[in-house]
Ligand binder design. Sequence first.
Ligand SMILES: C[S@@+](CC[C@H](N)C(=O)[O-])C[C@H]1O[C@@H](n2cnc3c(N)ncnc32)[C@H](O)[C@@H]1O
Length: 207
Amino acid sequence: MTTILRDWSYQYQWFYDTVSALAALSVGGENRFRKLFLKDLQINPDAKVLDLCCGAGQATQELVQHFSEVTGLDASPIAIKRAQQRVPQAKYVEAFAEKMPFSDRSFDLVITSTAMHEMEPEQLQQIIQEVYRVLSQNGQFIIIDFHSPTNPLFWLPIATFLWLFETETAWQLLKTDLHQLLHQTGFKVEACQLYAGGSLQVLRSRK
Ligand SMILES: C[S@@+](CC[C@H](N)C(=O)[O-])C[C@H]1O[C@@H](n2cnc3c(N)ncnc32)[C@H](O)[C@@H]1O
């Protein structure tokens, strides 16, 4: 179940950015939201970083402030074009996350921001396996995405958001045990930080 607003958010970048900025108010604003992955992250500026499902480069923009070698990957040519315009410092690859055109151990850090909720369960499993493959030993994988609220007051806002802008896969993610999926692929889950009454997670794992 979704609405026409989902199509508009992908069609009109200004609409996506406005919705994203409004949703980010729940964690203190877009600027704070885009920096959440930095908490407890040991930054090696020379690390090779992949922004998985980079969209129009919103997270890529933050990543290039800290890392010199950033690659954005997305399946949408329109998104890649927008990301290239927004963040020309990064490299971009148009591809599917479940079949990445990178050799084994190509990256030290993979980040995916608000994209895994778009994946079917089987696809999600394939993507986690692919991330494991392209990460170097000890490399980190950070997932930023929806989470089932721990504060009941946040159920109404997240349910409204999912109803307006998302599809069934986002609801499925709320029920998915990502820790288990990561663990069974070989990742060690290091931390899961919750925000916005538990409705947003930053899940850190290591190969
Ligand atoms: C909600 S947007 C998130 C964009 C950005 N990461 C952000 O933080 O705003 C999800 C993105 O995932 C991309 N995407 C969806 N399925 C994909 C797949 N199987 N492989 C690669 N990209 C995919 C879409 O094209 C879209 O740009």
